[in-house]
Design a protein. Structure first.
Length: 510
């Protein structure tokens, strides 16, 4: 600490020094002759010594706060700035997960045995008894081969980095499509929103010139982000994005139509829509006022690649999707790293409602909480509940006929200096809060946290190689296990719905 000569504190110190200069300075160590001084010195040594000795962490009075904990109470969240960042895309955006993994050797402890006769360790909770009826009805029509709106069952699945990386969602999509048919991959961002964004069972590539605004920041000035919470803008006339089918696995090999989700606006450029290397049409993205639009590119069912090349700068693009004529299931993985459920309210309400209506999912899912868990006590649970209720109510207003499911966050841990994994209590509290919101809103709820094994499960999953050492994300094996459990829980619910429907038809009962 340094003081300027003009500082009043400096002058006071000089004055005190001058006034005592005539007195004899005390000899070094004279202050240690008192018992109190010696006691203070001994105490200081005892307190500081454990910090100098590796492995003596348990004797330390103070340790680093676990990640997400707050030294002070709740603080007001600052809004990110308005702006754009350059996308962190490589030219090739490859498949992340293998088609198959063998988790049998790791399935122990909190992870149940892997087998065809397995049941989900935790069922879906649906207090209303009808929270998933619309979705189960769509699955029943798909399974029976009915047409007239029943050819596809659509799922839109929002979440954080686990969804952005298409972890659990990829396996869930594969399992549903294996039973009900491959209805197409669903929604994909035109380029990477962040370094964690990956999708499986599709082929993707993009130029690096795109700029992006996101609900996690930086924000779009107009609040227009499409379904995926990200708005991309072309900066150069050479920018492009490509999306196509993949021949790597059992699903994702064919498409009947591409959807182009974009913003028409006064400066919108013309865009070459290229299919399988040939210009299919020219899309005009200019409009008198800004409005979200969807352009469908209908094709003969088969392997195809779509490429978009704007002729000038300024194309605003929200996403692309792949679908087939059906019957089958489509699952949109709508995740962003760092996202929290309340960030969905950063999307312009009217714009978001129109986007939801255009996509018209039979089931929408919210799977958030890990990043709220990182916040610890900085965002009070009462505020978390209030903001989540607002988001759920808004989505129900836009999709009054759709089913809704809230999925709790996975366990979240921190590591002690001794190497022990300790679960963060806030995750259990967030899950309980989400369950209350689901019950009050008429949505179903699945407790992923309890399915993992509850408190302490993240450490066990890391030891079994079902979760990554970052204490946040599952491995491919862990993701498949969670997807299988959610799939089985959904199928149990479907069986109950179909049984009730048969009883109602045959016996006239409700």
């Amino acid at each position: 600490l340094a003081f300027k000569p003009s500082d009043p504190y400096h002058r006071a110190l000089v004055s005190a020094s001058d006034s005592s200069s005539a007195q004899r300075a005390p000899r070094l160590g004279a202050g240690l002759r008192s018992k109190a001084a010696r006691a203070v010195l001994v105490l200081a040594v005892l307190v500081t010594l454990p910090y100098a000795i590796p492995g003596a962490g348990r004797f330390r009075l103070l340790t680093a706060l676990p990640e997400g904990s707050a030294l002070w109470g709740p603080s007001e969240e600052r809004e990110p700035p308005v702006g754009e960042v350059e996308v962190p895309s490589a030219s090739k955006l490859a498949t992340a997960q293998p088609e198959r993994v063998d988790p049998a050797a790791r399935a122990a402890g909190s992870a149940a045995p892997w087998g065809d006769g397995e049941r989900a360790p935790v069922p879906i909770v649906d207090p209303s008894g009808h929270g998933l009826d619309a979705f189960y009805g769509a699955l029943t029509r798909v399974e029976s081969g009915q047409v007239g709106g029943g050819d596809l069952a659509r799922i839109s699945f929002w979440g954080d980095s686990n969804v952005a990386s298409d972890l659990v969602t990829a396996w869930l999509r594969r399992k549903l499509q294996a039973r009900f048919g491959d209805g197409g991959h669903g929604f994909v961002l035109p380029a990477n929103s962040d370094e964690y964004y990956i999708h499986n069972d599709v082929e993707r590539s993009a130029s690096t010139g795109w700029r992006v605004s996101r609900i996690v920041g930086p924000l779009a000035a107009d609040g227009f982000y499409g379904l995926g919470g990200a708005s991309f803008r072309s900066r150069w006339s050479a920018d492009f994005t490509r999306l196509g089918t993949s021949d790597r696995g059992a699903v994702g090999g064919k498409v009947s139509r591409f959807g182009i989700d974009y913003l028409a606006h006064p400066e919108g450029p013309k865009v070459d829509v290229i299919v399988d290397g040939n210009v299919h049409e020219v899309l005009d993205s200019q409009a008198a006022r800004a409005q979200g639009r969807v352009r469908l590119v209908e094709l003969a069912d088969g392997p195809h690649q779509l490429e978009l090349r704007p002729r000038q700068t300024g194309l605003r693009l929200f996403g692309l999707w792949l679908e087939r004529d059906g019957p089958g299931v489509v699952l949109d993985a709508l995740g962003l790293a760092g996202a929290k459920v309340r960030y969905l309210s950063r999307i312009d309400r009217g714009h978001f409602h129109r986007q939801l209506a255009l996509r018209a999912p039979h089931l929408w899912v919210l799977n958030y909480g890990v990043n709220a868990g990182q916040e610890g006590l900085q965002f009070p649970l009462a505020d978390y509940q209030r903001t989540m209720v607002e988001v759920v109510a808004s989505m129900q207003e836009a999709l009054p006929e759709a089913s809704c499911l809230i999925v709790s966050p996975n366990d979240l841990a921190w590591k002690t200096p001794q190497g022990d994994y300790l679960s963060k209590q806030i995750i259990a509290e967030l899950g309980a809060t989400q369950r209350q919101v689901a019950a009050a809103s008429g949505c179903a709820f699945w407790d992923l946290y309890q399915a993992m094994g509850g408190a302490g499960s993240m450490g066990r999953w890391i030891e079994q190689e079902l979760a990554r050492p970052d204490m946040l994300h599952p491995t491919a094996a862990g993701a498949e296990l969670l997807a299988r459990w959610l799939y089985l829980a959904l199928m149990d619910g479907l069986a109950g719905y179909q049984h009730r429907s048969r009883v109602s038809v045959d016996g006239g009962q409700n």
